[in-house]
Ligand binder design. Sequence first.
Ligand code: GLC
Length: 730
Amino acid sequence: MSPTLPAAPPPDIEQRINALLAKMTLDEKLGQMSQATGLAVPLSEQNKEEIRKGRWGSFLNAGGAAERSEAQRIALKESRLGIPLIFGRDVIHGYRTVLPIPLGQAASWDPELVQAGARVAGREAAAAGLHWTFAPMLDITRDPRWGRIAETLGEDPLVTSRLGAAMVRGFQGDKLDAPDSIAACAKHYVGYGAAEGGRDYNTTWIPEIQLREVFLRSFDAARKAGVATFMSAFNNLNGVPTSGNEFTLRQVLRKEWKFDGFVVSDWNSITEMIPHGYAADEKDAAFKGVRAGVDMEMVSTSYHDNLKALLAAGKLDQKLIDDAVRNILRVKFRLGLFDKGVPVAAELPAAPEEAALGVAKRLATESLVLLKNQNATLPLAKSIGKIAVIGPLANSPVDQMGSWVMDGQAPEVRTPLAALRERFGEFRVAWAAGLKTSRDSSHDGFAEAVEAARGADAVLVFLGEEMILSGEAHSRAYLNLPGAQEALVDELAKTGKPVIVVILAGRPLTFQNVAVRASAVLYAWHPGTMGGPAIADVLFGDAVPSGKLTVTFPRTVGQVPIYYAHLNTGRPPSESELGIPAGTPVDPKGFTSKYLDVDFTPEYPFGFGLSYTSFEYTNLAISTPQLRTGTRIEISADVANTGTRDADEIVQLYMHAPAGSVARPVRELKDFRRVHLKAGEKQRVAFLVGAGDIAAYNATLQLVAEPGKYQVWIAPDSVRGAGGEFTVVP
Ligand code: GLC
């Protein structure tokens, strides 16, 4: 009797890939490298035939759950090798339950909550038969003219890294092949947010030291978090489009980072290398895309149309094709698509889950940033009499959801007006839009709005940008409030009533003229499905605002780019000097890096946000004055809640290395933490710092913590805080 042999372990993924690859025809390989949109509803005969032939490896933003299920059944059961499709979709900030836009989520500085939001989105998307989201968007930008700032997590690499990695974990769950996990996608790789002039798709020139120091870090963080895919971008980076850029796609992503998932191009970005002036024609574009390492081509068909001829002409190494297909199959195996069988098309539940709405509301609440609160105008007393709600954005579900929303359900959006009326009743809450839309320049609705304000004890004005002014291809040369919104506030202010302004927007706006007339200003971004209840909770004190900006707000668009981690220059302005400098070329008093006509400082700095209480930062201490390589030091300070409300505070750790082989920014964020402090409570907040935390690229691109004196702050934002210094010794 032969001993029972132990069951052979299942072939591992690499073995399964090799076995499958060996059977694939060239056409089937090129099919895997091709992604299309356009699944007909119901599937057309052409769809079915192409899927049977293995013409496509993936579909994006196509069909509904039923079509995806039928398409997958055909791929698994009727194609020659049964290779499953992977369905992708832009689930950027929520699927059905819409979360605040990422720039709003970022203001929470709350990785756990951001991860929970992505978990909700991933679960809802997976239930609809989706396998893959084109998120998180990890671009860094310092330019609010760029419409896609709405999708970013702001200007800082550390915040973007931590929150971006949290989104990856949220989408992908603990196991990528779990039924409620979807693959994430680190995009747009890389440097897209540095578009010249803030004009979308424009050229980017980024020196390698800045590319590594600022723009690549968040993508490396996503890779470390296990992101399954990357997406190349539209922009030309230092002369070479990122969808054909061997330095970023091969040298950095594969050789240095050892990334083994797959790279998808952005929409037509392979063939856009022709207008970029980098590819002569589609054949050249296909060659340069594959050579650089873009594994799957989104929408354009240059791979399918040209790679066979390039191979036949001996101009392309078959290994490049096989490697691309391996990367794609590896993710499909990791997702369990070969083993999950034919999905059952799940019907959308009648209503979103309460738990999902709860996460969306918490995120919306924590995303709100209180920018002004004169004489503690807020929170309003619930006993207040009549409330006038003014402005078109007080009751606009589609705008409240923000840009990049494909599956959000407008009827499920809780607007501020609805939330306030639910609490206080229709009689106590008067409503006058005043303007038809945020772009409306007519004053026809002003009288009704002023009338409502006159009869109220508090005037809540909802201003900002419609969502159509935000997002991809929607850059603006001006950042002011569109339409006649400022004029409307002028008229409301004349009533003498306290005017409380709530701004819904997809970017930092410039609104000084409104802010000076307002008793309070709350920035709400585009807050998603639960924005109304979140705003109502904060306005009436059921929640204390804790949000802080992750992007600098300029006073005027003329200051852009303006950001906190800037270099000091050789002539830093000593204070906010306006006007013509007193000096002359022979006696250059006041010849410093400032403007004649605008204070050079931002309107609201990075990291800024008010609360309903106050905090004091004192007694910074450093465990040892010297940090030796290989050791760590503790930097701590007292943070006291000196007000009357329990509240959360986002404590930030900044550093500055005043002298080194390259000049360093005046401040760089090195860590942050949310702490909860009861009224009157003081906590000792401590951060552990090692050489690795402060390492930076030196003049020869080595990542090192250079010896010398470092300044450090534990702070409420990027301009204040308790300071100290320590020395790094070799
Ligand atoms: C768009 C965007 C990208 C998106 C893709 C698919 O052009 O640049 O972010 O994921 O195409 O919709």
